[in-house]
Ligand binder design. Structure first.
Ligand SMILES: C[S@@+](CC[C@H](N)C(=O)[O-])C[C@H]1O[C@@H](n2cnc3c(N)ncnc32)[C@H](O)[C@@H]1O
Length: 295
């Protein structure tokens, strides 16, 4: 399998929790390589599947994702805009929603996108139509703003030290330069085994550049109105900044009688899956079912 092919994470569990019904309307918020979309389309057999991705490269081959009985449409947009884009297509409510957060192996595997530590521009935009890039953040933010951003979105304890080093070494133009700099200033410190020392800094920049947490908050807020009674939402996240709001929103919904929790504790990938796909290691899946509104 080429490095740039995306192996869908927890694919069986996604389909199991979503339980797609023939004739239903389903939304894949994060098409990526289409692995989840393909399985959902196959499981429903007939109905409608609308997939979103911010990244036009992800949607380049999307047309082949669904079998003949499924009306399939791929839309290049932020999933936070999905409710209004669906309304424009005459869809007010749906039977199921899937979101598999973060970046794809295609994005990571193409250094020119700026997501990987390999030499590439400091870009990191999922949607190339947006103007803000990681290069602007790295070279224009003041030291305090950088430190706060790396701390908040990377949960990086060494954020001040890293921000100071960045400001002293500017201008920085490539991901390899940034990764090397972070590694150099954090080298004497203890590191988590197997994790590149710049992982958290890169995560912070990527989250900030792509407004990832705002999009997730928008999706979570929209879900109750968007899901039909018995409709289901399945969200796969890869770090605590994503998982925490999902957990809190689903629990609050369950307490308010809006949702039934299908995963009282997050579901995790099997050891076999993790052995075959290390990207799955940190995955957490949470799922809910929309309850009948009380009138
Ligand atoms: C982990 S991959 C999804 C992989 C996909 N489930 C599969 O099986 O191939 C995440 C994808 O979501 C997209 N993405 C991330 N945040 C997004 C957002 N707010 N709106 C739309 N797409 C987003 C990324 O561009 C990336 O292609």
């Amino acid at each position: 399998m080429a490095e740039t092919e995306h192996v869908p994470v927890m694919a069986e569990e996604v389909v199991e929790y979503l339980a797609p019904q023939p004739g239903g309307v389903y939304v894949d918020c994060t098409f990526g390589g289409g692995g989840h979309s393909r399985r959902i389309a196959a499981a429903m057999g007939r109905g409608r599947l609308i997939a979103f991705d911010k990244d036009p490269a992800a949607l380049a081959h999307a047309a082949e994702a669904a079998p003949a009985g499924v009306a399939f449409e791929a839309v290049q947009a932020d999933f936070a805009q999905a409710p209004e884009l669906l309304r424009a297509r005459g869809v007010e409510q749906v039977d199921g929603v899937v979101a598999d957060l973060g970046m794809s192996s295609m994005q990571l595997g193409h250094p020119e996108r700026g997501f990987s530590f390999a030499a590439g521009p400091l870009d990191m935009r999922m949607d190339p139509r947006q103007t803000l890039t990681a290069e602007q953040v790295v070279n224009q933010f003041d030291e305090r703003e950088l430190a706060d951003l790396i701390f908040q979105f990377g949960e990086e304890r060494r954020s001040r030290r890293i921000a100071r080093a960045i400001v002293r070494s500017r201008p920085l133009r490539s991901t390899a330069e940034l990764a090397g700099l972070v590694a150099a200033v954090t080298r004497p410190m203890k590191r988590r085994r197997g994790m590149h020392p710049a992982t958290r800094t890169f995560q912070a920049l990527r989250i900030y550049v792509n407004s990832e947490l705002q999009s997730l908050a928008g999706l979570l807020a929209a879900l109750p109105a968007w899901l039909r009674p018995q409709g289901r939402a399945v969200i796969v996240s890869f770090h605590s900044l994503e998982d925490r709001p999902v957990k809190q929103s689903f629990r609050a919904g369950a307490q308010a009688g809006v949702y039934r929790l299908l995963t009282p504790r997050a579901a995790r990938p099997t050891e076999t899956e993790v052995a075959g796909n290390p990207r799955a290691r940190s995955a957490r899946l949470r799922a809910v079912e929309r309850l009948e509104p009380v009138s």
